[in-house]
Design a protein around this ligand. Structure first.
Ligand SMILES: [Zn+2]
Length: 163
């Protein structure tokens, strides 16, 4: 039985035979129907979409709170690997935040911290006092998210689907 972690929750992967390629998330299960595309690829695409939507939602929320003045618009991209560095889960470059696909396994608080961290880098590149003040402004309980990332360290490495 294959189990995948999504936003800190475990999902069982169920394979079906459908006449189309599709993936559905329902009540703790991921239903995978593969016709033309290999199931591993379908799952990765579905997880990538899921994470992208989640990140965008978080970003809109932070933007609407108006605690931080954001110039221009931030773009997002989900990738399987960032810079070949195994432990890196996110990176900011030219107003684009790239997030590692494995981050989908993290609980929401951890993603929220990750987002606050990268958004603070929009203001300053260094991890200085000013930086941490911005992180705190965006997400006052950011330390909860930090701890969760450490706890989920193993989920962030390797191939998320194992396929
Ligand atoms: Zn940083």
């Amino acid at each position: 039985m294959r189990i995948l972690k999504i936003l800190g929750e475990e999902y069982q992967v169920v394979y079906g035979n459908s006449r189309e390629d599709r993936v559905d998330f329902k009540e703790g299960k991921i239903y995978v129907n593969s016709k033309n595309t290999p199931s591993g690829k379908l799952i990765k695409e579905a997880l990538s979409d899921y994470l992208y939507t989640e990140l965008l939602g978080m970003y809109e929320k932070i933007k609407n709170e108006k605690k931080l003045e954001i110039l221009g618009d931030v773009k997002f991209e989900v990738k399987e690997k960032i810079d070949e560095k195994k432990n890196r889960i996110a990176k900011l470059k030219h107003n684009k935040i790239t997030v590692k696909l494995n981050a989908i396994s993290l609980p929401q608080e951890a993603l929220k911290y990750m987002m606050a961290h990268e958004m603070a880098h929009l203001i300053t590149k260094k991890h200085n006092e000013r930086f941490w003040n911005i992180v705190k402004t965006i997400y006052p309980k950011y330390e909860i998210g930090q701890d969760l990332i450490e706890k989920h360290e193993n989920d962030l490495k390797g191939n998320i689907t194992g396929i």
